[in-house]
Ligand binder design. Structure first.
Ligand code: PBG
Length: 313
């Protein structure tokens, strides 16, 4: 009877698995704060794609670590960079796998910020919103050319959804979809990711472009802007400290909605389980179910492969 009246479902197909491809690696390299998660060599992309499909997981989200970084994140536009290469390998090994790419320059800039910098009048450096849009749009086209089904801008520059849509359409990629990290908070829960993607800002923080955790109404404004600019799907990030925001955005849009169960949320569950404070499997299932209950259609989560096994794809 409980099964019959259960209000929230959770299936492997609701989950998206994030992957880190590092151009300099020949072997997987463990990420110390995220048990079971590795930076991977591009040579492992095909095998990963097959495993994700075999487990019934709904898609893959790709991040790249280039060989070289500079102030403008030039390697983000390299068609032979780790992401375009991994996309191509994954799509040819598993054509039915939905491949999503993260579009942001923070993994490619030597300063670790999500955009191109300029000097403010006072002498301080700040991110130049509009100069960054050009790079992001080119990066999205490079990913689409490589075969990405969906591009996901995570930079939080204003106007980037429209800029990406326009660039993709001009180059003939009108069927490449756009998943916008529309509501992204300046959060401490990205801590482990910054090791995973080697992108900790070298000065300052990201509060100039990411959202204040105290703001709920602003989330609705950000979501509405990205919808108007042509996003096909929206995302709220992080997930757990923002379940109320997921619920509110769910009510405000008819677009498909994702939530990113981020690196720090993953690390906390594993740390608590390793300390025998909680049961790992029950904790993961409860976390994922709560995100679905709050209103997310899709959950981007490092738990995806393990959860899919438990759910018995
Ligand atoms: C930016 C980006 C970040 C994450 C995804 N895309 C880091 C940030 O904004 O600092 C975080 C994901 C996670 O913590 O799991 N490219």
């Amino acid at each position: 009877m409980r099964a019959l009246v259960r209000e929230t479902s959770l299936e492997p197909g609701d989950l998206v698995y994030p992957l880190f491809f590092n151009a300099s690696l020949r072997e997987p390299k463990p990420i110390s704060t995220m048990p079971g998660i590795f930076q991977l060599p591009v040579s492992m992309a095909a095998a990963q794609a097959k495993e994700i499909v075999a487990k019934g997981v709904g898609g893959a989200l790709l991040f790249g670590l280039p060989e070289k970084k500079d102030a403008r994140g030039s390697s983000a536009l390299d068609p032979d960079g780790p992401v375009p290469r991994a996309v191509a390998e994954m799509k040819s090994a598993a054509p039915d796998l939905l491949v999503i790419t993260d579009v942001c320059v923070d993994e490619y800039t030597d300063h670790g910020h999500c955009g191109i910098l300029r000097k403010r009048r006072g002498g301080e450096m700040e991110v130049d919103n509009d100069a960054t849009l050009e790079v992001l749009a080119k990066m999205a086209v490079v990913h689409a050319k490589a075969g990405a089904d969906v591009v996901a801008p995570s930079d939080m520059m204003d106007g980037r959804v429209a800029a990406l849509r326009k660039a993709l359409d001009l180059d003939g990629y009108e069927s490449t979809a756009l998943l916008s990290y529309a509501v992204k908070y300046a959060s401490c829960f990205y801590g482990p990711f910054r090791e995973a993607a080697d992108c900790a800002p070298q000065f300052g923080d990201r509060a100039g472009y990411q959202m204040d955790p105290a703001n709920g109404r602003e989330a609705l404004r950000e979501a509405a802007l990205d919808e108007a600019e042509g996003a096909d799907m929206l995302m709220v990030k992080p997930a757990l400290a923002y379940l109320d925001v997921i619920r509110e955005v769910r009510k405000a849009t008819t677009l498909p909605l994702g939530a990113y169960n981020v690196s720090g949320e993953y690390a906390m569950v594993h740390a608590a389980a390793a300390a025998k404070m909680i049961d790992l499997q029950r904790a993961i299932m409860e976390v994922l179910t709560s995100i679905r209950r709050a209103g997310a259609d899709v959950i981007l989560t490092y738990h995806a492969l393990r959860a899919a096994e438990w759910l018995g794809a």
